[in-house]
Design a protein around this ligand. Structure first.
Ligand code: SF4
Ligand code: SF4
Length: 507
């Protein structure tokens, strides 16, 4: 057992609290319950009405009191009354730090929702400047569900105020639905890479769509992860590889060790080497890796206010993963934004049956191995040379969404077990790209200003290779420094897995 966060208690989204910071309690409709002074008030009359935190009893049974009658129909998000205006969230916001016109999370969250009490008040368009990094969530001492408020405010802004014929709307829709683009791009990857890498096409994208020409478009792999997985024999091969590994490890060969892998779109289409590393590492610990049907986690959709697109994707994901969870299989992710979406954003925003069960049984892949296996011990015992790894020091950046899950110290601590390998944490600043945010022409400069601190620390570190768990942070790290970037799972694969890649290639 490690000091990593423990799994969430099993729960139902209806009425359940859950362990993530920044999440509010939810009512039977899946909406968050109104609170007064931090105590939940059940609108159905089934819970305790409170007055300054004291339950009121008429003497002959329970009689609820409407504390704020004038707020009955108000569009007030729960938690806004929990904000006591300390402004701590504002001091942690990377966008507010570099853009003096951005009003900050306190305004975007509790204040917007207080303003919304009056019907004629629009959502302020500065909501589209929030990058959805979610740093403000962990900063709030009063557990105000800031990112939930931002996500719902952004969705309302897009639904009711954004011009659906504007190029900006369609640009955002395109970026939010990266999976659809990626499926098309992966059909003819070499052609797509040549076209998207052409500087003229990049200029046209910038002028026409507002997608910055400053960044190199990520290349599509010539074979997707899912094709590779199917070609090597799918689930049957993974089950057999895991059984053999348990035999080698002197474990019960019939043990039920299975995980369901949420790979997301990027690892499937762009970095299958990360997804393959996860499969090899888990199989080497005796786990069969199942790869159920899935769509995008929804992270870029939340960030662009496309809540209905996210809901459709979440329905598919919760549908296929909850069946496996029911069967005792845990969910693992290689991207910390994907695990964040499944663990926190789905329960905060949707009431799809099975959401809470999936949230309670989802883990970051490395976190899962640290909880369930002696990962640190096996790394310490590994006879890995720097030749095996091809590098002896890494400049490590913990993504904001890893911080939100309490995972920021994990990788450096873990890699310190390896002899002669050093991973230096480059500090707690945000990388600045925040998914699709830094791809928008109007946000590119802000994104790079935010990233400056991380670039400087990477360059000061005694390393020329970067490391992170988030694919878009990796893009930003590479863009700002020119370093190659690896995922921790690739290092674990090099350190712990014998010849797996060769076996796959021979299959
Ligand atoms: S940190 Fe929390 S309590 Fe303080 S201003 Fe922000 S939302 Fe309000
Ligand atoms: S999510 Fe990030 S960018 Fe948005 S208000 Fe919070 S800290 Fe600022």
């Amino acid at each position: 057992m490690t000091d990593e966060p423990q799994p969430h208690d099993d729960q139902d989204v209806q009425g359940g609290d859950h362990a993530c910071s920044g999440c509010g309690p939810t009512d039977a409709a899946g909406d968050t319950a109104k609170t007064d002074g931090g105590t939940a008030v059940d609108d159905a009359g089934g819970g305790a009405a409170t007055d300054g935190g004291t339950a009121v009893d008429s003497g002959d049974g329970f009689e609820p009191i409407q504390v704020f009658p004038e707020a009955e129909d108000a569009d007030l998000r729960p938690g806004s009354d929990d904000c006591y205006k300390c402004s701590t969230c504002d001091t942690t916001c990377p966008v507010a730090e570099v853009d003096e016109d951005f009003p900050g999370p306190k305004f975007q969250g509790p204040e917007q929702w207080r303003l919304k009490r009056s019907d004629d008040q629009d959502i302020d368009d500065s909501i589209s400047k929030c990058s959805n990094c979610m740093r403000c969530d962990s900063a709030c001492p009063s557990d105000v569900p800031l990112s939930q408020m931002h996500n719902t405010a952004r969705a309302q802004y897009v639904d009711e105020q954004m011009d659906k014929t504007s190029l900006k709307y369609w640009r955002n829709r395109l970026l939010a639905n990266y999976g659809t683009m990626a499926r098309l791009g992966s059909t003819f990857p070499r052609l797509t890479n040549a076209v998207m890498g052409n500087s003229l096409v990049q200029q046209v994208n910038e002028k026409l769509l507002g997608i910055t020409a400053e960044r190199e478009f990520p290349e599509f792999a010539t074979e997707t992860f899912r094709s590779w997985y199917a070609k090597r024999g799918g689930e049957a091969t993974s089950v057999e590889n895991a059984r053999r590994a348990r035999q080698r490890r002197d474990e019960d060969v019939d043990a039920d060790k299975r995980v369901a892998y949420f790979h997301g779109d990027y690892a499937n289409h762009n970095t299958p080497e990360v997804a393959k590393a996860l499969v090899h590492v888990f199989e080497s610990f005796g786990y069969a890796v199942l790869v159920p049907e899935q769509r995008c986690s929804g992270t870029p959709m939340f960030a662009n206010g496309m809540l209905e697109d996210a809901r459709r994707a979440a329905k598919v994901n919760v549908g296929s993963f909850s069946e496996l969870v029911e069967d005792g299989v845990d969910v693992v992710c290689s991207c910390t934004s994907c695990s964040m979406a499944l663990r926190q954003e789905y329960p905060e925003l949707f009431s799809i049956p099975g959401t809470a069960k999936v949230a309670a049984n989802t883990y970051d892949a490395v976190e899962y191995l640290r909880i369930n296996e002696d990962l640190d011990g096996e790394l310490a015992a590994a006879e890995t040379t720097t030749d095996d790894l091809g590098v002896d020091s890494f400049a490590y950046h913990a993504p904001c969404h890893a911080r939100n899950q309490g995972l920021d110290g994990q990788t450096v601590e873990l890699l310190s077990q390896l002899d002669d390998v050093d991973a230096e944490d480059v500090g707690d600043s945000c990388s600045g790209i925040s998914g699709t945010y830094g791809w928008k022409t109007e946000h590119y400069e802000t994104s790079m200003k935010i990233g400056d601190e991380m670039f400087e620390h990477m360059e000061d570190a005694d390393a020329t290779t970067g490391m992170t768990e988030c694919p878009t942070c990796a893009m930003q790290m590479e863009h700002g420094t020119g370093y190659e970037i690896e995922h921790p799972l690739q290092v674990l694969e090099a350190a712990l897995v014998d010849g797996a890649t060769t076996e796959d290639e021979a299959a």
